[in-house]
Design a protein around this ligand. Structure first.
Ligand code: ZN
Length: 135
């Protein structure tokens, strides 16, 4: 594991939330992007080597819509930067760690991502995140 890639925060509205992170916390806003595989629109803020990712549901099918309905807005997941996501997933599977995604899928910013099941880590949802392109 190289670093915390980002911390994901579930919000009902990016438009209403972005000004706090940009203007009050003074973080560098890096723009928004739709991640259709997750039915979300995300906004990224750079903070040192890491980032904060705000996630807004695109529709009721979105896992973020379900999360907010159940638990309200707030911290949703912690994303870890990894080098070889396929091998990581293989190892975790072999060791019987419960996963949400057996295979990596397309995430924001040309990344490959996969989620561990929160029951693997005391209710914490971890995302593995591998960059396909160097920045
Ligand atoms: Zn994420």
């Amino acid at each position: 594991m190289k670093k915390i890639a980002h911390i994901g925060i579930a919000v009902s509205s990016l438009e209403q939330t972005i000004p706090f992170y940009r203007d009050q916390l003074g973080l560098t806003f890096q723009g928004t992007e739709e991640v259709t595989s997750e039915n979300v629109r995300v906004a990224f803020f750079k903070i040192g080597e890491s980032a904060i990712e705000l996630l807004e549901p695109l529709n009721d099918q979105s896992p973020i819509a379900k999360f907010i309905a159940k638990k309200g807005e707030g911290i949703h997941h912690i994303a870890l930067d990894v080098d070889d996501i396929e091998r990581r997933l293989e190892n975790l599977k072999e060791n019987g760690v419960p996963l949400i995604n057996d295979e990596p899928k397309e995430g924001a910013h040309q990344t490959q991502v996969a989620f561990l099941h929160p029951k693997a880590a005391n209710g914490v949802l971890f995302e593995l995140c591998e960059k396909s392109l160097e920045d």
